[in-house]
Design a protein around this ligand. Sequence first.
Ligand SMILES: [Zn+2]
Ligand SMILES: [Zn+2]
Length: 678
Amino acid sequence: MSVPSLKKIAILLPVPFDQTFTYQVPEALTVGRGDYVQVSFGSRTLIGVVWGEAEDVAEEVPAPAGEVITKTRAAYTLKPILKKKDLPPLTDQTRQFIEWVSQYYLSPLGLVLKMVMAEPSVFKERKRKTSKEAPALQPRVPVVLSEAQQHCASFLAERLNGFHTVLLEGATGSGKTEVYLELIKEASDRGKQAVVLLPEIALSAQWVARFERRFGEKPLLWHSDLTSAQRRDNWEKVARGDARVVVGARSALFLPYQDLGLVVVDEEHDGGYKQESGVFYQARDMAVVRASFASCLVVLASATPSLETLVNVEQGRYERCHLGERYAEATFPEVVLVDRREEKGGGVPGSQWISKPLYQEMKETLAAGNQVLLFLNRRGYAPLLLCQACGMRTTCKQCDAWLVYHKSQNKLQCHHCGHGEKPRTVCPGCGAEKSFVPCGPGVERVMEEVTALFPDARPLMMTSDTMTTMKQAEAMISKIENREVDIIVGTQVMAKGHHFPHLTLVGVIDGDLGLGGSDLRLVERTYQLLHQVAGRSGRAEKKGRVLIQSHRGDHPVMCALLVQDPSLFLALEKESREMYGFPPYGRLAAVILSGRQAPEVEKAARALAAVIPRVKDIEVLGPVPAAMSRLKGQYRWRFLVKSPRTLKLQAFLKRWRAAAALPAHIRFQIDVDPYSFF
Ligand SMILES: [Zn+2]
Ligand SMILES: [Zn+2]
């Protein structure tokens, strides 16, 4: 019997396999690389992407589901492609990007594709609206840039034609956004697409308003808060090249751009760019990779650049342009330290969290008709409840963590797994009644104190609990802008990017929060956060003041803030990272084992330790029970892998993973360039 000569083709499917699958192309169908096609996979029908000729695919391992037909079998046993989708093919650039991300983070290729095919409803059968190409961006009003802005704008525009990474550095309010908006227009004039990443979707409302004022139209939005129909339309517009400017969360980096000409990462230092579920990745770093495949410019903007980026600049991998003078010549706020150790007994009556100097200045600021921000990076009312009779603390059933008391909802909540329960009236430890007292402050508690101390002021609380949608965020921001609010109590949600000219006093309730811990970036983050909060104050013509309450006034972070000299702080921080060989001077990867049974996880960790490949200069620390030894009901053990910067860890990690014969119910996770160490 003769075998019909049909073309075999490799298809990548959005399923957690690190391989392609082989299908046959029916004679009536022509498909090319990058086309979206429908195939049957097991009992399901899936949409996948044509990855190449089947012969091109180097290794094919039979999948557990038995989907892969090995090459020795006759071609006619292959399943056919069912249908080709009417969508522009995935570009080579995007396919290369997917492969790169998969290899670098050791995540299955199919899972990375799934991030690109982010909205399943795109691929459902339906009548398509014909979208039209966006018209060129037209500035509504002529924009006058300062000399420094003009300089940066031309510096960047000169680099639009190829792959360049530039740090756009400038203090809060120096007008970085105006500079890169200019660049977006330039890229759009050249017929290219531009994407702007923001670390927090709550930020996008103000950003969009600004864009609209400038160009009289809205950019295309991409984040999890959109409806499925909006996501479908937006995804398609990007894929068809009809959307010129996209602004969104880190996931916007994975949209199927047709012709990417500019990538902007705003607030590049923000920890929000690190994803720690599914595919673990750092969107700022991947923005640079994506731009290199697209041969385009990537701009990293920040007032407080990350140490990683600063070292990349120093070592010549990235370029830098700097906005020296502040926009509209607003002066930088004055920073004052309030040492709470010296206060003993001399505080404000009825006040636990607001010191006397802060109270005095709040009174004066409000009397002058200005606004006050009290900053505390802790949600809820109190970080835990404590039984006064026996000392028992409220802990999560599933995690090795305290339950945070949210008084407004009368609920105890775990901030790691989301578990919630009602506070108990009887202590389960000793049987005492009504013995639980709140320990330490959260924003709700500070809010309570503010209401008691300033009964006539109009307070507003801004946290991720009160700003769950973009609409709510927008409403709160306009309330502050319209001066319908006198005192704002907020977490870090508040610290990012907003512009409030009448806000002239910032009180940092606990400047020490974040200084005691083992996370290598904790000190850096605390410094950045406090610096940013300070930047909220007095950005227009009014001079601002910042009071930082601290019990550790002699800490280097506090000293650096007081003298307004980041170089002092950065020099110290760099020195200590270099000494320990930590990033950016060395490479790290975390390996996390988890499972339901504590002894089994430990056994697996010990077994894994026994098969660590020996490679010169690669050091493996552990195994140790994770600092958070139980998370969401899973027991956890960790390894930390360390190497010099010149070595790549991926080959080592792959070998190690292959050598480990772990039981199926033990989860093995790799976090390359980790940000969390618990
Ligand atoms: Zn008790
Ligand atoms: Zn929990």
